[in-house]
Design a protein around this ligand. Structure first.
Ligand SMILES: C[S@@+](CC[C@H](N)C(=O)[O-])C[C@H]1O[C@@H](n2cnc3c(N)ncnc32)[C@H](O)[C@@H]1O
Length: 289
């Protein structure tokens, strides 16, 4: 297949490609924790784009780096995908009818989980993500089972207006899912995003995010940072809500609970020890009135 795409995803959006490759690998297993039937199409389209002779200089090397990182992050990340699947299912089973994926990337839960038609499902990510994602989905004739709406906007811009314009109802309790977008934002931007989520959340809303205390000296994290950031961005800054994220939510109208990674992954019978259990796990917050 020859691609006419000359601008493959770049910067932090490449992390979404990495996770799609992880889901493609998982979906091939006999004991797969989930079946992401679109992940292969994303992987193929991206590979074609990165290896296209017309691609920007260095694209082939970047692709090799993405594949290398997938090997090193697979174990921990794939179990995390399933854990979020279960969280989403629990939200819907409990009557939740509105959900926002913050930094949705190439997530396909709206297509693969058999979610109900009356669930309002919003995917926020940068416009270039959807320029890549939507044609690939159309190419495999993927159809969402729920009411999926794409909100193509940068989280550092006025995404609140974009979300409202897309039909988001702030009076309806909402599940917010962040699988690694907010931690990439500079601290002030992350705080602003958290404040906006809070403003838009009716009582009973939930927010879930993976909290990873990264050892930045570990080689795989150094390689990841080098791949997705420019040299200027690599200057040390506090990213995301920082190590006191839980305090932030507790102090802004949310009740939090933290579960360590080993506890979360244990029911799935997979070894995810490369992720460790120190300060790593899932922060879950519920909005009180
Ligand atoms: C680690 S990926 C996770 C993607 C997806 N949630 C998944 O698990 O497959 C992080 C995502 O956050 C998005 N992201 C990062 N910074 C963003 C910003 N400023 N505005 C919108 N999206 C952003 C990236 O484009 C990327 O899709």
């Amino acid at each position: 297949m020859t691609s006419n795409r000359t601008t493959p995803l770049s910067g932090v959006s490449m992390t979404a490609l990495g996770v799609a490759l992880i889901r493609a690998r998982e979906s091939e297993r006999e004991d797969a924790l989930y079946d992401d039937f679109c992940a292969h199409a994303f992987a193929e389209a991206a590979r074609d784009a990165f290896l296209d002779p017309g691609a920007p200089a260095g694209a082939a090397r970047q692709w090799a780096q993405v594949e290398g990182l997938v090997d090193r992050f697979y174990e921990g990340r794939t179990v995390g995908v399933r854990a979020v699947d279960d969280r989403v299912q629990a939200w819907v089973d409990g009557g939740g009818r509105q959900l926002v994926m913050v930094g949705a990337g190439l997530d396909t839960r709206a297509f693969r989980m058999g979610l109900p038609a009356d669930l309002r499902w919003f995917e926020i990510d940068v416009p270039e993500m959807f320029e890549f994602k939507e044609p690939v989905l159309a190419g495999v004739d993927a159809r969402p089972t729920c009411a999926r709406r794409v909100v193509a906007v940068d989280l550092r811009a006025d995404w609140e207006s974009a979300l409202l314009a897309a039909g988001y109802d702030p009076e309806v309790p909402t599940a917010w899912v962040d699988e690694g977008a907010i931690p990439y934002l500079a601290h002030e931007d992350a705080t602003e995003v958290a404040a906006t989520i809070t403003r838009l959340s009716a009582p009973g809303s939930e927010f879930g995010t993976v909290h990873v205390e990264v050892d930045e000296t570990e080689q795989r994290y150094r390689d990841l940072t080098r791949l997705v950031t420019t040299e200027a961005e690599q200057r040390p800054v506090v990213r995301g809500l920082g190590s006191r994220a839980r305090d932030w939510w507790d102090n802004h109208g949310w009740r939090t609970e933290f579960r360590g990674w080993n506890e979360i992954t244990e029911p799935y019978g997979r070894r995810a020890e490369s992720t460790g259990d120190g300060g790593n796990g899932v922060l879950h917050a519920v909005r009180h009135g």
